[in-house]
Design a protein around this ligand. Structure first.
Ligand code: EPZ
Length: 419
């Protein structure tokens, strides 16, 4: 296993190109199962999770080739519909193959993903939604064994919580159903919109993009897709926060400021200067203390839960008290214990973390527990006095394409070593 070593206290200066969004690439890769293709996806990030998803599709008989950021996928051969525990246990988003496999082949046997560090992460909404489309399923030795005789039937699916991958799974299944499907209380994250654009390019009939009610008119078959993955709004936010923590100024290119409706205002309130252009963002950390801000994570367009750990790291250095409330996941404070090791003053009270800014952090050996917790430890390490060693960085590799290389290019003293 590798570790990351950071010598903190060096301001960042320069330009970073943002990669394609992990949470768009994953559903768009699975959507290629819906039709033989060939499919062409542009701006696909090269991440541990995208490699896992491609390995999963390969296990179904699907072939692909990568040329830089462009993926060409040929799904004409689908001779297996079982997603093994070996692959699924490393990536919960594997559940996204359920809808497409059922729509294309009428059968799917997908391992239950199991829990993860940030919560139980059940898939009941996915299964309830698919049942509304006529799917029968049973749980068998840790697998969901699902099937339908003939085509899926259009129906109405209501989500108690606007589940992102739940919406994506039902959306994909509904494109080939017989009749109309209405998805109510659907997720409005930009990655869902990116998937809708791709499905429409394949011939799907979908209304209600970016709204909480999506209507899908099923069609008999779909054609090969041409789609471009949207910029990663969470990578963008992570670098904006990193510049706030380390000091200096950064220009982020190949990004889309419109995908970040909440974070810039919070960072401006904390004292950063943020400028937004069409596909660039500039961030400047002015001299003087950061101001504390309160944060509450909400479904899009609220503050993204995937940026909660990172802004908490920033608030540990601000002047005053910051209340950070996590409303999406039940256990997404795994980074608190590690930040405390660096001198942070954080008290957890139910779903809220009360952060008392101490102005500074000290480098220490810490351990990554999940993807965004590891990003928050990098943010803290950049600002801390002394050396921070972050172990188990395979978590980071799931969602960031060459984070160490990108930060080194803008002046961070950061390197990767064998543990
Ligand atoms: C997606 O996860 C993202 N992953 C997550 O990003 C992100 O944090 C999350 O949406 C919220 O924005 C991908 O898109 C691949 P949910 P997802 O279903 O779809 C509960 C990252 O760091 N729930 O919107 O799994 C669930 O437990 C990852 O990039 C059920 O109870 O999230 C959670 O409390 C982490 N039953 C809430 O709903 C279900 O069937 C929202 O989860 C499904 C979800």
């Amino acid at each position: 296993m590798d570790k990351i070593v950071i010598e903190g206290g060096r301001p960042l200066h320069g330009e970073i190109a943002i990669s394609g969004a992990k949470n768009a690439a994953l559903p768009l890769i699975t959507a290629t199962i819906l039709a033989p293709g060939p499919h062409v996806l542009h701006n696909v990030p090269d991440l541990r999770d995208t490699r896992t998803m491609l390995a999963l599709l390969e296990s179904f008989g699907i072939t692909w080739k990568r040329d830089g950021e462009t993926l060409t996928i040929d799904a004409s051969n689908l001779d297996n519909v079982e997603a093994s525990y070996e692959l699924v246990k490393t990536m919960r988003a594997s559940v996204l193959v359920l809808g497409p496999l059922l729509a294309r082949a009428g059968r799917a046997r997908v391992s239950l993903p199991g829990g993860c560090a940030i919560g139980a992460r059940p898939i009941n909404f996915h299964l309830q939604g698919l049942s509304q489309l006529g799917i029968q399923y049973e749980l068998d030795q840790g697998y969901v064994d699902a099937g339908i005789k003939g085509r899926l039937q259009g129906g109405t699916v209501y989500f108690d919580i606007p589940s992102v991958t739940g919406t994506e799974n039902i959306l994909m299944a509904a494109t080939l159903a017989n009749g109309t499907t209405v998805i109510k209380n659907a997720a409005k994250e930009p990655e869902v919109g990116n998937l809708i654009d791709m499905l429409v390019s394949m011939g799907a009939r979908i209304k209600g993009r970016d709204s909480e009610t999506i209507v899908v008119e099923g069609v008999k078959k779909l054609k090969g897709a041409k789609a471009t993955i949207i910029p990663d709004r969470i990578e963008t936010g992570t670098f904006l926060i990193a510049a706030g923590a380390a000091g200096g100024e950064l220009t982020l290119t190949h990004c889309n400021p419109k995908l970040l409706p909440a974070l810039p205002e919070k960072l401006r309130a904390a004292g950063l200067v943020i400028k937004e252009e069409k596909n660039r963002m500039h961030v400047l950390r002015k001299k003087g203390a950061l101001r504390s801000v309160d944060v509450k994570t909400m479904p899009y367009p609220g503050f993204a839960t995937d940026l909660q750990a990172q802004i908490m790291a920033l608030m540990t250095m601000a002047d005053g008290l910051s209340v950070i409330t996590e409303t999406i996941f039940e256990n997404r404070f795994m980074h608190v214990a590690e930040l405390r090791r660096m001198g942070a003053d954080i008290r957890i009270d139910g779903h809220s973390a009360i952060v008392t800014g101490t102005g500074k952090l000290s480098g220490a050996p810490v351990m990554a527990t999940d993807l965004r917790a590891s990003a928050s430890l990098v943010v803290a390490g950049l600002a801390a006095e002394g050396v921070t060693e972050i172990s188990r960085v395979y978590h980071l590799d799931r969602g960031y394409d060459d984070l160490v290389g990108k930060l080194s290019m803008v002046g961070a003293r950061i390197r990767r070593e064998k543990e």
